[in-house]
Design a protein. Structure first.
Length: 269
């Protein structure tokens, strides 16, 4: 039902019959599955996005399985867990864990659809600096020690993430909502992000293909504070390459220079 409503929304958007399109029908159907988002209160765009991707993945995965079954495919082929969502958005990280006593390295793979990036504590920073923070090695000590198989005991260790499979579309979530002195607050740091030539090869494994370069295709902005605010979006038309601002019923063409803002919350490359 959610996938059908989403398909209708896409059709309305791209047929060009309307100046603007309300996602009310999709929101209503989606709210039945996720009651949290049915209420008319402020919600987090990143949490909503993950739920939408999960919901569509499950729907499309099921349809693909049914089609294979009808075509007489082997039942074992229907459990791959792939869909158009995973093909577009799913990447893989490998966490290299090094025991600081015996120097043994173990790798722990983990799939992702959204990378949540920490923001350095300053007024202005770059997306590259946020990526550096995310991918820098971390030391695990005391209660966070790992159990080393070779040592047979808990040991201090370092852990470092590496991209082993990059998705076609990579989504970055800028962690603007942080805890400080037992209070949650919004970080107003201006994060500079490139429109073209974002190179992820420094964060990728040596086996990863060389052309790990991305271009920005959409931005979700959040203005306001923790308990109130307003979401808008900038999206790049895939054919004309023009940028557009989506602000409720107002859809306007904007210059490339207007895409860089200090309210960016989600970045799609």
């Amino acid at each position: 039902e959610s996938a059908t409503a989403f398909g209708c929304l896409m059709s309305d958007m791209w047929l060009g019959d309307f100046d603007c399109v309300s996602p009310e029908a999709f929101h209503s159907v989606f709210g039945k599955r996720y009651p949290t988002f049915s209420r008319r209160t402020q919600h987090d765009a990143q949490e909503f996005l993950i739920c939408v991707l999960d919901e569509l993945h499950e729907a499309f995965k099921e349809v693909r399985a049914q089609l294979r079954h009808r075509a007489g495919a082997e039942a074992r082929g229907s459990g791959s867990g792939t869909s158009v969502i995973t093909q577009l958005f799913e990447g893989q990280l490998s966490y290299g864990i090094t025991c600081l006593k015996c120097n043994t390295i173990t790798d722990r793979p983990e799939s992702f659809t959204v990378l949540s990036l920490p923001i350095p504590s300053r007024r202005v920073c770059s997306l590259q600096e946020c990526l550096d923070c995310f991918f820098q090695p971390d030391t695990l000590t005391r209660n966070n020690q790992i159990h080393c198989y070779w040592c047979g005991t808990n040991q201090d260790a370092t852990v470092k993430a590496t991209i082993t499979r990059a998705p076609q579309i990579i989504i970055f979530h800028l962690k603007r909502f942080a805890w400080q002195d037992k209070h949650r607050r919004k970080l107003s740091t201006t994060v500079g992000y490139p429109l073209h030539n974002l190179d992820l090869s420094p964060y990728s494994s040596t086996f990863f293909y060389n052309n790990a370069v991305y271009s920005l295709c959409a931005v979700v902005n959040h203005t306001g504070d923790i308990d109130y605010g307003h979401y808008t979006a900038f999206c790049k038309h895939s054919t004309t390459k023009h940028w557009y601002s989506f602000d409720d019923v107002q859809v306007t063409k904007i210059p490339d220079s207007a895409v860089q803002t200090d309210t960016a919350y989600l970045l799609f490359y």
